[in-house]
Write a protein that binds this ligand. Sequence first.
Ligand SMILES: [Zn+2]
Length: 244
Amino acid sequence: MPEGPSIVILKEEVKKLGLEGQIIECVGGNTTIDKERLLNKKVLDFKSWGKHFLICFDDFTLRIHFMLFGSYRINERKESLVRLSIGFKHDELNFYTCSVKFIEANANDFYDWSADVMSDEWDHNKAIKKTALKTDTLICDVLLDQNIFSGVGNIIKNEVLYRVGLHPLNKVSAIPKSKLALLIKETRIYSFDFLKWKKAFVLKKHWLVHTKKNCPLGHPIEKAYLGKTNRRNFYCSTCQKLYE
Ligand SMILES: [Zn+2]
């Protein structure tokens, strides 16, 4: 699944093409939204909020959410059915297996950028406060809560929990305050490392536990579907502490 940093890469790629300010000349795809509405509209900006890719127009925003299996192609096409295709004078954006939706608002009015781990407006203290309120929730679920950690997906969750030595089954209330602050700080740091490594095609090389058999210290990695989110967790019960 594309996590926040992957959407930042998409945003940077389309910005590099200089598509801001350009007019949409053709649309296609099997989406059920009124895609013709995009015709002859000028794109004002491309933004991202966590796993949402946003195309901004003067009076509405188009939200593309890649869900679990979404993907995109720029100036090329996949064999599979395209959900939404947007054509400009010289360039074409194609989106697959994603959710497409119109938001009848300016993205700045609709989204809380302070909750996006990749945003310049990310608010560390606000994230601590929001997390602390989730007393009985497991930390492996809280990290995937897009209202607190927008952009964090399963890979970031697994890697960050290992890096700070926290077992995924810790309840928020059991985690020492300083450890919680460290976790939140590392989540942002790791997200930017993820971005840097993904751009250099070396992301997997840096995984310490995700899909691994042993942790860097040689202990066996456990794999389990945990929490309400029921997502795959890879963790080391020796290196990652479970607080009482
Ligand atoms: Zn270990």
